[in-house]
Design a protein around this ligand. Structure first.
Ligand code: ATP
Ligand code: PRP
Ligand code: MG
Length: 281
């Protein structure tokens, strides 16, 4: 049975469970459950702290896990990112009171409070900087106010927490994070793991793309197809109406209105968009 770690709480927990549900896996009903067996798919899910997931996967005790890229880096565990799951996006940044530092190059000699000491030390080493890293559990923005540190390194999403604490961002993000699927660096092939990966890819594609269908005069087919090339190639079917064809192609959801306008102007009609529920490409 494939053993998969997923977050039990926090920002990543519900979207991870939702993505697995969309991929056809059974998920726990009670948020207190720590294990959920999906016998039909031969997979067992373990609900763990996202911070611990790379450790379990890196040790080989669990086969796969969903966690944040920043938490994976911070753990230093021998686990690797298999696929970016495109949710739980955030940046990981340095911040300080205005006037403390003008750039990350000046971090040397400062006291940096963070709940991600592994990620911060890696950054400092890579940039040849020596600073005092103070490990805290959370609410690290308070460390500056309380005089424990002069810089924080933390997850920034909207930036509201930093603003409220009177801190400003220093330099570029150390990391751009999102939820990722991780496995042990030298993991052996596992048929259920390959299947889970294929299913997650299917969910990612189903979320990113929609199906576009339209009718167009056959003489305009080449120009219409160049607007909707699809992933392989558009499907073209004859219409009862002489000289017209029906076309179907996948297009990126973000692009669909621009493409529909262009198709309409070209002369296409009956332009319809439908969601893709699931897919295997
Ligand atoms: N707004 C956010 N706040 C915190 N973490 C976020 C946010 N958006 C995305 N994440 C990601 O979620 C992961 C942290 O999850 P974790 O459960 O440890 O913290 P949390 O969601 O803040 O929950 P907690 O209530 O335990 O602090 C990291 O990978 C982080 O990049
Ligand atoms: O940029 P924002 O949208 O404000 O979000 C980022 C903040 O949210 C998280 O804190 P959380 O509320 O989880 O508290 P914690 O520090 O105790 O984890 C994170 O640690 C930042 O402090
Ligand atoms: Mg938090």
């Amino acid at each position: 049975m494939l053993r998969v770690a997923i977050p039990n709480k926090g920002t990543l927990a519900e979207p991870a469970a939702q993505m697995l549900r969309e991929a056809g896996y059974r998920q726990r009903r009670d948020p207190k459950d720590l294990v959920c067996a999906d016998d039909a798919n031969d997979v067992e899910f373990f609900y763990l702290r996202p911070r611990d997931i790379a450790t379990y996967v890196g040790s080989g005790d669990l086969d796969l896990g969903i966690t944040g890229r920043d938490l994976l880096v911070d753990s230093g565990a021998p686990a690797e990112e298999v696929v970016d799951l495109a949710f739980g996006g955030a940046t990981f940044r340095f911040a300080a009171r205005p006037g403390t530092l003008t750039s990350a190059k000046e971090l040397g000699g400062h006291r940096i409070a963070t709940a991600y000491p592994g990620a911060v030390r890696r950054y400092l080493d890579e940039h040849g900087l020596t600073a005092d890293v103070i490990r805290l559990d959370g609410a690290v923005e308070n460390a500056v106010r309380l005089g424990v540190a002069d810089v924080v390194a933390d997850v920034v999403s909207t930036g509201a927490t930093l603003r409220q604490a009177g801190l400003e961002i220093i330099g570029e993000p150390l990391l751009v994070s999102s939820a990722v699927l991780v496995r042990r660096a030298d993991a052996p092939e596992h048929p259920q793991a390959a299947q889970l990966l294929r299913r997650l890819h299917g969910v990612l594609v189903a979320r990113r793309y929609v199906m576009l269908a339209y009718d167009v005069p056959a003489g305009l087919l080449d120009r219409a197809s160049s607007l909707t090339p699809g992933i392989e190639s558009p499907t073209v079917s004859p219409l009862h109406r002489e000289g017209w064809v029906a076309v179907q192609a996948m297009v990126q959801r973000d692009d669909v209105h621009r493409i529909m306008d262009a198709l309409y102007e070209l002369g296409a009609r009956a332009i319809l968009v439908t969601n893709i529920h699931a897919c295997r490409l």
